[in-house]
Design a protein around this ligand. Structure first.
Ligand code: NAP
Length: 242
């Protein structure tokens, strides 16, 4: 059985991606860090709609936690493997760089970039060597493509994810593992709820924030059979905001 693991699947984009992949008939593992109730709700909703889901707690930025949780899953599922990995977990700690606390620099890089490394590295051997197939989708951001004042930490982490996506895509292509990145602009989630949406939406040619389901549709496509020849790409989804 081929499973999907969505990091940060308890809320926002990750939750919508879990729903989408479950709708596509893929059993989904919903990772979360601290909001167990939200993860359980996603799990319940998927199961109530006839899908298959389970939850898995770990902090993506803690290699030991990642390893312990994934090792335990693999022991319980000797015949199965995680064929779809969506590296979605991420945080913001915005500040102008000259005022940025060092902890905020490290926290953002650790979650987005090191988190991507710890989880992906753990799952790659099975995808590449044993099963010879898989899909990896990394959540980057418009901020990683063009930079954003107040987000040097976040932009650095997200730009690094783009570089890693392109390199890993080249390493994994011959084993039929695709690696792509999705770069959303402003999407309505908890992460953006403190932003002045009425003001910012005027910067977007479509004059609105995106919806998590719109991003989930793109991730679903990248995980589908139809996307088997797409790899190393960064696909923007931002209502025309350049
Ligand atoms: P969100 O609503 O704040 O949700 C964040 C999710 O990540 C939650 O499920 C949270 O789990 C999880 N998470 C955070 N730190 C984690 C950690 N260390 N280990 C495991 N899980 C962790 O954020 P979002 O807007 O959905 O963003 C999802 C991704 O899209 C992020 O990578 C973000 O940078 C990116 N993105 C978002 C936007 C946007 O406009 N929203 C735009 C561009 C890119 P808990 O529930 O347990 O806290």
């Amino acid at each position: 059985m081929k499973y999907a693991l969505v990091t940060g699947g308890s809320r926002g984009l990750g939750r919508a991606i879990c729903y989408k992949l479950a709708e596509m008939g893929i059993p989904v593992i919903i990772n979360y860090q601290s909001n167990k109730e939200a993860a359980e709700q996603v799990c319940e909703e998927i199961c109530n709609n006839g899908g298959s889901a389970s939850i898995m707690q770990f902090n993506v930025g803690n290699e030991e936690e990642v390893t312990t949780a994934l090792d335990a899953w693999e022991r319980e599922h000797p015949e199965d493997y995680i064929a779809y990995l969506v590296n979605n977990a991420g945080i913001r700690r915005d500040n102008l760089m000259f005022m940025m606390p060092t902890d905020d620099w490290h926290a953002v890089i650790n979650t987005s970039l090191n988190g991507f490394y710890y989880v992906t590295k753990h799952l790659l051997p099975k995808m590449m060597m044993r099963k010879r197939g898989g899909r990896i989708v990394n959540m980057t951001s418009l901020s990683g493509l063009k930079g954003m004042a107040g987000q040097t930490n976040y932009s650095a982490a997200k730009a690094a994810i783009i570089g890693a996506t392109k390199s890993l895509a080249q390493e994994a292509a011959a084993r039929s593992v695709t690696v792509n990145a999705v770069a959303p602009g402003f999407i309505e989630t908890d992460m953006t709820k403190d932003l002045p949406q009425d003001e910012l939406k005027n910067l977007v040619p479509m004059k609105r924030f995106g919806k998590p389901e719109e991003v989930a549709a793109l991730v679903g496509f990248l995980c589908s059979d139809e996307a088997s020849y797409i790899t190393g790409e960064v696909i923007s989804i931002n209502g025309g905001l350049l």
